[in-house]
Write a protein that binds this ligand. Structure first.
Ligand SMILES: [Zn+2]
Length: 291
C-alpha cells in the first residue's frame, strides 16, 4: 500500500504536471464507490478550473483550484497517478524497461481501471489515475467546504515533534505501535514505517503509549522523520502493486531493518527478530535492541 513517502514522491512528480495548468475536460469510469463525488458532478466542477497547488496531508493529495474548491485524491491500496506521456506503469518493471524499445514503453492505453483522466487546455500530457483494486478515492470539495476525512487527520507525520507525540500519548493505554498508526494522532504513518521508526528509537511496539518517557517520544519522532525522509529520497517503498507514477520502482525496501524480517537476525545485534500481532496488524521488532 502506498504510504506517506510514496504519496509524497507522487506529489513531487505530479505537481509539475498539474500546477498552473487549466483543466479542459475529465474522462471518468462509471459511478462507483471510487467516486465520493459522483463523476458527472466532478466533470462539471473541474472543467475550466486552473490548478494553483498540489498539497499533501498524510496520504491525501489535495489539488487547490482557482475558484477556491479542492480536488482530493487518495491512492488507496493500488492507486497510481501518472502522466499520459509517462512510460507504462503496468508494463514497466525495471527488467522490462531494459528490453523494451522506447516506442513500446509508451504503449500504455487507458483501461477499465483508469478511473480518471484529466485533460488540459494546453493540449499537453494528461494526468491519469488508475486503480486496479479501487480502494482509492476521489472527492471534490466546493469552496469553503470541509470533510471529515481531512478534518480528523492528526499532524502530518513528517512534521511530528517529540513534544507533540508526548502530549498525544498521555493517558493512552494502547500500544505505542497502535498510537503511531492512529491517523487522528499522526497522519500518514503506515505499518512499515512505524516498525522501522520504533526499531530506530529502541522502543518495543507493545509498550503502553501512556508510559513512554519524553526522551523516548523524542527518539521516536526523530526516527519517524528520518525513515520517512530517507524513503522519500529513495523513491518510496514499492512493495506489491505499487509503482511510482513514472513507472520506476522505489528502492526503500532494501533498507528495511525489521519489517517482514521475523526470524531473521537483527542487523545491529544478531538476535532473531520477532513478530507480534497488535490490533490485527503485524509488528516486527528486535527483543534485544528494543525495550
Ligand atoms: Zn537487535
Amino acid at each position: 500500500m502506498p504510504e506517506l513517502p510514496e504519496v509524497e514522491v507522487t506529489r513531487r512528480r505530479i505537481a509539475p504536471l498539474l500546477v498552473d495548468r487549466s483543466i479542459s475536460a475529465l474522462v471518468t469510469t462509471r459511478p462507483s464507490y471510487f467516486f465520493l463525488t459522483p463523476p458527472a458532478r466532478l466533470r462539471r466542477a473541474l472543467a475550466g478550473r486552473r490548478v494553483l497547488a498540489l498539497d499533501r496531508h498524510g496520504k491525501y493529495l489535495v489539488a487547490r483550484l482557482d475558484d477556491g474548491s479542492r480536488l482530493v485524491l487518495h491512492l488507496g491500496m493500488t492507486g497510481q497517478l501518472f502522466s499520459s506521456a509517462a512510460t507504462s506503469p503496468r508494463l514497466l518493471r525495471a527488467s522490462a524497461r531494459a528490453v523494451l524499445a522506447p516506442e513500446a514503453q509508451l504503449a500504455f492505453v487507458p483501461d477499465e481501471h483508469t478511473h480518471l483522466r484529466i485533460a488540459f487546455t494546453d493540449g499537453g500530457p494528461e494526468v491519469w489515475m488508475r486503480d486496479a483494486r479501487k480502494f482509492g478515492k476521489v472527492l471534490w470539495l466546493p469552496p469553503g467546504a470541509r470533510h471529515e476525512r481531512l478534518d480528523r487527520l492528526g499532524i502530518d507525520a513528517l512534521e511530528v515533534s517529540g513534544e507533540r507525540l508526548f502530549t498525544a500519548s498521555r493517558g493512552r493505554t494502547v500500544a505505542v505501535k497502535s498510537l503511531l498508526l492512529d491517523q487522528a494522532v499522526l497522519a500518514g504513518v503506515g505499518n512499515i514505517y512505524a516498525d522501522e521508526a520504533l526499531f530506530g528509537a529502541g522502543v518495543r511496539p507493545t509498550r503502553r503509549a501512556g508510559r513512554l518517557t519524553r526522551a523516548e517520544c523524542e527518539r521516536i519522532a526523530a526516527a519517524l522523520r528520518r525513515v520517512l525522509t530517507r524513503s522519500i529520497e529513495t523513491g518510496g517503498s514499492s512493495i506489491s502493486d505499487y509503482l511510482a507514477p513514472d513507472g520506476r520502482d522505489g528502492a526503500y525496501q532494501d533498507e528495511r531493518r525489521v519489517y517482514a524480517r521475523a526470524g531473521e537476525a537483527c542487523y545491529a545485534c544478531g538476535a532473531p527478530l520477532r513478530r507480534v500481532v497488535l490490533g490485527a496488524r503485524s509488528s516486527h521488532y528486535c527483543p534485544r535492541c528494543q525495550r
